[in-house]
Design a protein around this ligand. Structure first.
Ligand code: DOR
Length: 441
């Protein structure tokens, strides 16, 4: 008798840890059940993937979905809708909401808001503070917790641990890898007067290279002393990349599509839409971030999806908030870089699924293997498309890439065997569940 599956992905070109090739994938109960030639098998549903590439589900480990408290910008439903339309199967969401996600209660509230309301799977970063450091051993292992996130420099919201003793107190308690926004708050305060009213070009003068480098250096020294693993979010300077190369035993590295794609010459055309923390800098930094990626220094790509409304962005700099959308454009922007030969498709998979699974110890995700969650990002590498504001599902409805033509596009998003998105439509009621982690099982 031939085997029967709930779903078969048929004839796609599968990119996986064991290479690239045409394979069928059989899925049962949301789990990968067989990989190979399933021509003789039956299935409740067969999805024809001929001509398409089937990648392990893309995990975006840095998004801001603004719920609770700032839902005029985004909420867990709209943010995750944007994610699956962009081919993303799981997100780790940031704690600078209102209230802040800094306690068991606020984390549990987010998990229950997200359960079967978000379209993709999810975990939530818990904000590390001066007040909750002693509770970290419990907090970082709660269901749905991605780990601890610390802002060492202030950005959107009030989370801040600017001092070395505060960071040391947190890293003395973490057992999981903690994530850091590394910009030196003391230097930011000293240099505030360098911001020029009405000129977002001055953002990179205020939040300069030293602001980022100095903070990353302080952070690594503390991590070493505390024997703690750290994750340096959104590395934005060539100098940090060079410094972190000597510290890969303690530090993992995230880079963002905007730091790989955009540069400071665009402040004049994009204005405050380009304003982001840490900033998008001169093209020379972009070159050195790419070089770090090519050398294998970079562990993951995160979008740092940080939506603000056009009204908020229309204020006068520096009264404008920092952040831009990104979760929906991560896959097409990076596939366009693949098409241009800047990275291989295999390296893209390494950065968006194997990488996050490895450094954050995600259970059952990050590769196409029997017994793993049936999460897939199905892409057409040849599709030419223009990214438009109208395509953006984020509540704030804009992207810095409006009008950009790309080659390579997400065609399907499959989350634990549910065909959530196909050809630009969300076609399945939301089924998102909390990601599970090996260290918190
Ligand atoms: O530009 C940013 N926006 N950087 C951050 O660190 C926070 C984010 C936000 O939440 O708006």
């Amino acid at each position: 008798m031939s085997q029967t599956y709930d779903l078969i992905l048929k004839d796609g070109i599968v990119i996986n840890q064991d290479g690239t090739g045409q394979r069928d994938i059989g899925i049962m109960n949301g789990t990968i059940s067989a990989i190979g030639n399933l021509a003789q098998a039956h299935a409740g549903k067969i999805v024809d993937c001929r001509g398409l590439h089937v990648l392990p589900g893309v995990i975006d480990s840095q998004v801001h979905f603004r719920e609770p408290g700032l839902t005029h910008k985004e909420d867990l439903e709209t943010g995750s809708r944007a994610a699956v339309l962009g081919g993303v199967t799981a997100v780790f969401e940031m704690p600078n909401t209102n209230p802040l996600t800094t306690s068991a209660e606020t984390l549990a509230d987010k998990v229950s808001r997200g359960h079967h309301r978000m379209h993709c799977d999810f975990a939530f970063w818990v904000g590390g503070t001066h007040e909750n450091a002693n509770d970290i051993p419990e907090l970082e292992r709660l269901p749905g917790a991605a780990g601890i996130k610390v802002f060492m420099g202030s950005s959107t919201g009030s989370l801040l641990v600017e001092d070395d003793p505060g960071v040391a107190a947190i890293l003395a308690k973490t057992r999981r890898r903690a994530a850091f926004h590394a910009e030196d708050e003391y230097r930011l305060e000293e240099r505030k007067s360098l911001r020029v009213k009405g000129d977002p070009n001055s953002h990179i003068i205020w939040r300069d290279v030293t602001t980022a480098l100095q903070c990353t250096q302080r952070l690594v020294a503390i991590a070493r002393k505390q024997r703690a693993a750290i994750h340096v979010l959104h590395v934005s300077t060539g100098e940090e990349m060079a410094f972190l190369a000597a510290h890969k035993d303690v530090a993992s590295i995230e880079v963002t599509p905007h730091h790989l794609t955009l540069d400071a010459s665009l402040y004049n055309s994009l204005g405050t839409k380009l304003q982001m923390n840490p900033p998008v800098r001169e093209a020379s930094h972009r070159t050195r971030i790419w070089a770090g990626l090519e050398q294998g220094l970079v562990d993951v790509l995160g979008s740092d999806h940080a939506p603000h409304t056009l009204e908020e962005k229309a204020k006068t700099y520096p009264d404008t908030p920092s952040g831009m959308t990104g979760v929906q454009t991560l896959v097409p922007i990076m596939l366009d870089h693949v098409q241009a030969g800047r990275l291989s498709l295999e390296r893209f998979v390494d950065l968006t699924s194997a990488g996050p699974a490895r450094i954050f110890q995600i259970a059952r995700k990050g590769r196409i293997a029997e017994g793993y969650d049936a999460d897939f990002t199905i892409v057409d590498l040849k599709r030419h498309q223009t990214i438009k504001d109208e395509w953006i599902a984020s509540r704030c409805g804009w992207t810095p890439y409006d009008g950009k033509s790309v080659t390579g596009w997400p065609i399907g998003t499959i989350v634990r065997g549910h065909q959530v998105m196909w050809e630009g439509e969300v076609i399945t009621p939301s089924q998102g569940e909390a990601v599970r982690f090996i260290q918190a099982l």
